[in-house]
Design a protein around this ligand. Structure first.
Ligand code: FAD
Length: 353
């Protein structure tokens, strides 16, 4: 099913009333970084910017403070020739992913750069910051975009991925998008040279400090130490559902993932029952993933779960109920008891080197 709608009533700059006047496209990518490297999800935003137009000068906006910010800027500048400049906003206020100062920063940078498009990945950070920045800029953001067909035409899934909605953006600049990183793999990026080396420059933050007195305060950050790859970037994901029955049994999933060098995923039922932490949840209200191989054990295949994994390249399902909905999306299905299948796999698979 496809639904079409037109967003926004104001036709200011994005839709030129004079067809002979070609509008200028330029995109600002809000990038996340960690350990001196731009995160892969933000690189996918660059791939999305390339899909808007091949003649699209791309500016990357990086914020934070300290030496890793400079390292991330060098990484961004050399990432792809279509990147024309890297903007660094060096401020203590941007040290943490709080939406208020970051939205203020986007507002400030857009005021100076006048970009036609602003893109961020649909990560927790992007989903938090972009609507707030869009409100400051008085435009309607388009979220979770999976296909870009030019500067104004976008596709996004609705109803937990059961329908695709095609949106023609007819609002004023900037057109603000969050994109689903798995839909814009780096391999989809065409080459093309807009600039030889991206210039790195500092954003003038002289007016920023007074503007950004948000009401939120950063308290702390907790993360689990794990040897497994991150769910968002993993090539293989092994997911456990309520069929695992308890947290002790869920360790079978972790053991198998460890042997295969895979990330661990879970259904919401498994998370709610306390088998594993909620950062492992895949689905509509969890992470959206599209690995090369997705293996689901004891997962029924509810639409909310399928919404997060059905774009995986190869799906394998093991379930003792032959009528389980997961078999409808599985490339390979095994009707069987996971408590027999996983120990057999663990025995037959070689030890990880
Ligand atoms: P169940 O549906 O209980 O399925 C367990 C399966 O295990 C069954 O198919 C059973 O046959 C099988 N099984 C049992 N024992 C064995 C065995 N020994 N060997 C093999 N198979 C066995 N869910 C998500 O996953 N992600 C989301 O993001 C998400 N978001 C939601 C948002 C909303 C607004 C709502 C309303 C729901 C959401 N849900 C989400 C919940 C979703 O509807 C399902 O309840 C959930 O996905 C079911 O998880 P499950 O498949 O693990 O459990």
């Amino acid at each position: 099913m496809a639904v079409s709608l037109v967003l926004g009533g104001l036709r200011k700059r994005l839709l030129s009333p004079y067809p002979f006047i070609r509008r200028l496209i330029s995109t600002l990518v809000l990038a996340e970084h960690e350990g001196g490297l731009v995160k892969p999800s933000s690189m996918s935003s660059v791939a999305a910017a390339r899909a808007i137009s091949e003649e699209n000068p791309i500016s990357i906006l990086l914020g934070g403070t300290g030496p890793t910010l400079q390292e991330a800027a060098s990484h961004a500048a050399s990432f792809h020739p279509s990147i024309s400049q890297v903007l660094i906003a060096d401020s203590e206020k941007l040290k943490h992913p709080l939406a208020e100062p970051w939205a203020d920063l986007i507002h400030l940078v857009q005021g100076k750069g006048g970009y036609s498009h602003i893109i961020a990945a649909s990560t927790s950070f992007g989903k938090n910051v972009m609507p707030r920045a869009a409100a400051l800029l008085d435009v309607s953001p388009i979220t979770d975009v999976t296909t870009i067909s030019g500067p104004q035409l976008f596709v996004r899934p609705i109803y937990a991925g059961n329908a695709l909605c095609t949106i023609r953006y007819a609002g004023s600049d900037p057109c603000m998008l969050t994109i689903r990183p798995t839909a814009f793999p780096l391999s989809s990026m065409t080459s093309g040279r807009v600039s030889d080396t991206a210039a790195i420059s500092q954003v003038d933050l002289s007016t920023f400090s007074e503007e950004s007195n948000g009401k939120s305060r950063w308290l702390n950050h907790t993360s689990q130490e794990t040897e497994c790859p991150d769910l968002g970037n993993a090539r293989i994901i092994i997911t456990g559902g309520r069929g695992l029955k308890n947290a002790e049994n869920f360790k079978l999933i972790e053991k198998l993932a460890h042997k295969l060098g895979a990330a661990v995923g879970a259904t919401r039922a498994a998370v709610d029952a306390g088998y594993c932490p909620n950062e492992l949840q895949v689905g509509q209200t969890g992470k959206i993933v599209a690995p090369e191989l997705y293996i689901a054990f004891g997962v029924s295949g509810a639409i909310q779960h399928l919404a997060g994994m059905k774009d995986s390249k190869t799906i394998v399902a093991v379930n003792k109920d032959e009528d389980a909905a997961i078999f409808q999306v599985a490339d390979y299905g095994l009707v069987g008891d996971l408590f027999q299948v996983i120990p057999e796999l663990l025995e037959k698979l070689p030890e990880k080197k």
